[in-house]
Design a protein around this ligand. Structure first.
Ligand SMILES: Cc1cc2nc3c(=O)[nH]c(=O)nc-3n(C[C@H](O)[C@H](O)[C@H](O)COP(=O)(O)O)c2cc1C
Length: 92
């Protein structure tokens, strides 16, 4: 595990290699297995492959999303509100 952590980095440049449906399934499974407060999973994941939509998403915020226009695929995390987590934090 520590070797994985030592080697990991944020990737912002991509090849045109097609991502197989099997690899996409594994990405989705990994995302769905992410832990959350009280296990309430306050999110939905959306796979985006449409190049036009990826370009729109790359412009959806001012900084830090430009690389999306060059990706073959993005896995979006949609935060569902209000969540139990948010309510707990707001009470502090
Ligand atoms: C909560 C969070 C938000 C981030 N948001 C962005 C982002 O909007 N755009 C981006 O290019 N990188 C984003 N990053 C990646 C960080 O910039 C990156 O982790 C940091 O520069 C360290 O580089 P490394 O991940 O290669 O070790 C984000 C990371 C975290 C944890």
């Amino acid at each position: 595990m520590i070797e994985l952590l030592r080697k990991r980095r944020s990737i912002r440049e991509f090849t045109a290699e097609v991502i197989s449906p099997e690899a996409i399934q594994i990405l989705i499974e990994a995302a769905l297995r992410a832990p959350s407060s009280r296990g309430n999973n306050p999110w939905e994941f959306v796979v985006v492959k449409d190049p036009d939509l990826l370009i729109k998403l790359s412009k959806a915020k001012q900084h830090g999303s430009d690389f999306l226009k060059n990706t073959p695929l993005a896995l979006l995390l949609i935060k569902l509100l209000p969540s139990t987590t948010m309510i707990l934090w707001n009470r502090l």
